[in-house]
Write a protein that binds this ligand. Structure first.
Ligand code: PA5
Length: 479
């Protein structure tokens, strides 16, 4: 096996499915990895310099986040006694982390549980879209007075989040009159943006997103720590795990000992080999939303038009979210027999938080009787192993991140590993992994369409560009 075998307290990697073996002649050789070592050494030095200069604050500020935990936990404990619901208003990096962590670490049907089973912590809703029907449905579900709204926006300029905020503020004012500010807590940049002055003026409780940390790298800041603390998640262990992975990635210099380097190196080699798609496939429902978080991290960080020298390069690898075993009955056919343009990362769990026996029932027809006496956890693991085997036979690239179980500490490790891997991959590709210029045009166009001052010409251009020249409807419209 290629990789580090697991211990109870650390995640581990198995990348045998990416390497050349007797069963997988098309895999990479050790030499091809060794060839990358000078480039990785360079990447490491560049990243460590960036870390010192404050551009890698997702790693550098972890100890500071630890010292801020007390304030977050105290506020969360107070709020949990005063509110039944906690609603996050945010999008992208301000929403995907909180959703992923909640799904991973709390009961699958947490919101449906009675308060006592939630340890009297509030229900969590994350509104990461501006679909009016969803907002209406939420407002019909919750008691406004008993709801705390967490407005999360680093920039304070995001139309979606700010629109939700204006709606909610207005409703709260009607419902709670001058007391309404207590139902709002803001997580934003401590120095700039539109939310900050409003929060100061109206006296909302406020948490800071450190300026050097971009949205998709911000889960280990109050962006993610506050929602997690609200829902009773062990945020200390979560941060401890992140610090452990951070130390591992920084201490180990050698490619074969450093989990972020080896994963980035394999991603880079496979990208060079025409694998333009990166599938993230946890075999655990608890980790399903982690795939959404990963998809944003990989897509927004690495999908770039220009390299650092300003040359047009149009790079990136398309992330695909999948869930084992569900997507074995949906996507695996394509992965085994379709174009050879993907690598697949499985995330496996050695010990599930619960397991269920499959009864050895004499009524079972002979064809399915073999299932009896096993557990669902065993079935899940067998299916994962079987898929791995089928992919190997088909000559398809795959690797595994192995979690001994799903807990806060290991989840912190997983998030930091993927963040560091993305940073390394950005270096290997020679692009800036921390900006997102391609999202900006759409944001500006939205301002124009919604009538923001100064965007009048843009609005005209957009309307002209949007004229329908090719259109199909039924019954057919006569000219
Ligand atoms: O990763 C990112 O930077 C983005 O996805 C942002 O998080 C997203 O656009 C929301 O931005 P903001 O937090 O400024 O409202």
């Amino acid at each position: 096996m290629y990789g580090r075998s697991s211990t109870e307290n650390y995640l581990s990697l198995d990348y045998t499915g990416m390497m050349q073996t007797q069963h997988n002649p098309k895999g990479f050789t050790q030499e091809s990895l060794v060839h990358l070592q000078p480039l990785l050494k360079q990447a490491r030095s560049a990243l460590l310099i960036q870390r010192e200069e404050g551009r890698l604050d997702f790693s550098k500020l972890l100890p500071r986040m630890q010292s801020e935990l007390t304030g977050i936990i105290e506020y969360a404990d107070w709020a949990a006694q005063n509110f039944d619901n906690f609603v996050v208003l945010g999008i992208g990096g301000s929403a995907l982390g909180p959703m992923a962590v909640q799904q991973a670490l709390n009961h699958y049907y947490y919101n449906e549980l009675p308060a006592v089973k939630r340890h009297h912590r509030p229900r969590l809703y994350v509104l990461d879209n501006v679909d009016p029907v969803r907002l209406r449905d939420l407002l019909e579900t919750i008691n406004l007075k008993r709801t705390l709204f967490n407005i999360i926006s680093k920039s304070g300029n995001t139309s979606e989040t700010m629109a939700q905020f204006l709606i909610v503020r207005d409703l709260l004012q009607q419902e709670c009159e001058e007391e309404f500010a207590a139902n709002i807590v803001v997580t934003t940049d401590p120095e700039k943006g539109n939310l900050l002055p409003l929060a100061l003026k109206e006296n909302y409780h406020r948490f800071a997103i450190p300026p050097g940390i971009g949205g998709r790298f911000s889960e280990l800041t109050p962006v993610g720590l506050l929602p997690a603390a609200m829902c009773g998640i062990d945020v200390k262990a979560f941060l401890q795990g992140a610090l452990e992975m951070d130390a591992w990635v920084q201490e180990e210099q050698g490619l074969f000992d450093n989990p972020a380097q080896i994963r980035a190196a394999l991603s880079y080699l496979s990208w060079q080999d025409g694998k333009n798609i990166s599938v993230f496939m946890p075999y655990s429902d608890a980790l399903k939303t982690m795939a959404d978080w990963y998809a944003q991290l990989w897509a927004e960080s690495l999908g770039k038009r220009y390299n650092r020298q300003g040359q047009e390069v149009r790079l990136g690898q398309t992330p695909v979210k999948a869930l084992g075993v569900t997507d074995q009955h949906s996507q695996i056919q394509l992965y085994t027999e379709g174009p050879d343009d993907k690598t697949i990362t499985f995330v496996t769990v050695e010990e599930f938080a619960a397991d269920v026996n499959i009864p050895a029932d004499p009524i079972a027809p002979q064809d399915i009787a073999f299932l009896g006496g096993h557990t669902l956890g065993e079935l899940m693991q067998a299916e994962q192993q079987a898929t791995e085997y089928a992919l190997t036979l088909a000559g398809r690239m795959h690797q595994k991140i192995i979690l001994p179980n799903v807990n806060a500490r290991l989840l912190g490790q997983l998030l930091l590993l993927l963040e560091w891997e993305t940073a390394y991959m950005g270096e290997l590709l020679n692009i800036n992994a921390f900006d997102q210029p391609g999202v900006e045009e759409g944001k500006l166009a939205t301002y124009a369409l919604m009538g923001k001052n100064g965007y009048e010409q843009k609005r005209k251009d957009i309307l002209a560009a949007g004229e329908k020249h090719f259109h199909l409807s039924y019954p057919r419209l006569e000219n």
